[in-house]
Ligand binder design. Structure first.
Ligand code: HEC
Length: 205
């Protein structure tokens, strides 16, 4: 008798875990399996992927999200441009960097909003150079101070008050790759209704 009870208990526990697994892993996996990349979504280049790894290393994710929410969830489309993001937009993102915090603006379409490489480099070196009163931390370790710029290098154009004495500030390969990644973040292309998640489809109706 005792044995049968234990066995039934064991089966119950097994069923509870199996149901949880199906609901949390199995069903979403099936729902996302048929998603195809939108024709205009480009794969990252090697440099952009390198920049993406710097984005992860520097923890940009802790202040910046990468998702435009559907209407009814705030003024995302007016503030951050584009349409609500869909699962297909993230097909080449491993790991995805959706983020949950918005201490700074969403960056899903920053490559469309701010297209200047020079602006991005200045902003990373010292955000207050281009955004008055910015609270974003500066990232000077992505830059090098040198007596002069080497061949193929371009020094930042800094105001005298911030330029180091008798030296120039040159972006490192890390800074350049990070900016290449930021400029690639442009998801303003159209997607078909089929690519939209059930949620987005519902709010659009
Ligand atoms: C402590 C929070 C914080 C961190 C960490 C942070 N940022 Fe920011 N970021 C902000 C804030 C706040 C703003 C808005 C003010 C400004 O433009 O500087 C901003 C603005 C930006 C903008 C301009 C957005 C726009 O719409 O104009 C870009 C691009 C950006 N950040 C990129 C980055 C990158 C890349 C990293 C990682 C290297 C990073 N940020 C790390 C807080 C942060």
């Amino acid at each position: 008798m005792m044995f049968i009870r234990s066995f039934v208990f064991f089966l119950g526990v097994l069923a509870a875990f199996a149901l949880g697994w199906i609901g949390i892993v199995g069903v979403p996996d099936m729902m996302l399996a048929r998603i195809e990349a939108p024709p205009e979504l480009k794969r990252y280049t090697a440099e952009q992927l390198y920049g993406r790894s710097i984005y992860v290393r520097e923890g940009c994710l802790y202040c910046h999200s990468q998702q435009v929410r559907p209407e009814g969830f705030g003024a995302d489309q007016a503030r951050f441009w584009g349409r609500p993001s869909v699962p297909a937009d993230y097909l080449y993102d491993k790991p995805h960097l959706l983020g949950t915090m918005r201490t700074g603006p969403d960056l899903f379409n920053i490559g469309a909003r701010q297209t200047s490489e020079e602006w991005h480099l200045l902003h990373l070196y010292n955000p207050r150079l281009v955004t008055k009163g910015s609270i974003m931390p500066p990232h000077p370790w992505l830059f090098e101070e040198k007596p002069t710029a080497g061949p193929g290098e371009e020094a930042l154009v800094l105001p005298d008050s911030l330029a180091p004495a008798r030296k120039v500030v040159v972006p490192t390969a890390e800074a350049k790759a990070l900016v290449a990644y930021l400029l690639s973040l442009n998801h303003t292309y159209p997607v078909s209704q089929g690519a939209a998640s059930d949620d987005t489809a519902k709010t659009r109706r």
